[in-house]
Design a protein around this ligand. Structure first.
Ligand SMILES: [Zn+2]
Length: 163
């Protein structure tokens, strides 16, 4: 397994709508294991393909006991609201409060292409939404107020420069 380089804001691939996953083959299996490895190495709970430079609708997650691969993810339904902090490996793990749905139902395909649906709440529900957003070319920053978004962008770019 290989630890992949994480793409960071403002790289373009993070803004692109991912292409659908069409081939469920050994190459996809390899990519998925590398993505898990990369996510664990960075202590993340979810990682989407655009975050490793690939414009694909694909994410992996391991959050509150829910470990899964989601190819071509879709949010089927959402319910309620939750308050909480959110961060992203592509934005230097800087956290900001962001309101999200409390319960989320996801439909996706597993690594073999089998369609499944999964429900989650709390942090795992937040993860479904955050990672599906990545597949649509959206960062959690895009869901913040313009003021907070600018603040975090500036903090992150400053942090990046100091590295
Ligand atoms: Zn993220």
């Amino acid at each position: 397994m290989v630890i992949l380089a994480i793409t960071e804001y403002p790289e373009k691939v993070l803004k692109q709508v991912g292409a659908p996953v069409e081939k469920f083959d050994a190459e996809l299996e390899r990519l998925v294991s590398d993505m898990f490895e990369t996510m664990y190495a960075d202590e993340g709970v979810g990682l989407a393909a655009p975050q490793v430079g690939l414009s694909l609708r694909l994410f992996v997650m391991d959050c509150e006991g829910l470990r899964l691969v989601a190819a071509n993810p879709e949010i089927v339904s959402t319910e309620g609201q939750q308050e909480g902090e959110e961060g992203c490996l592509s934005v230097g793990k800087i956290h900001a409060p962001l309101r999200r749905a409390a319960r989320v139902r996801l439909r996706a395909q597993d690594v073999r292409g089998r369609v499944f649906e999964q429900e989650a709440e709390g942090l795992a529900a937040r993860c479904f939404l955050h990672e599906t957003d990545h597949c649509d070319g959206l960062l959690f920053l895009d869901r913040l107020s313009p003021l907070r978004r600018d603040l975090i962008k500036r903090r992150f770019l400053k942090m990046k420069k100091r590295r």
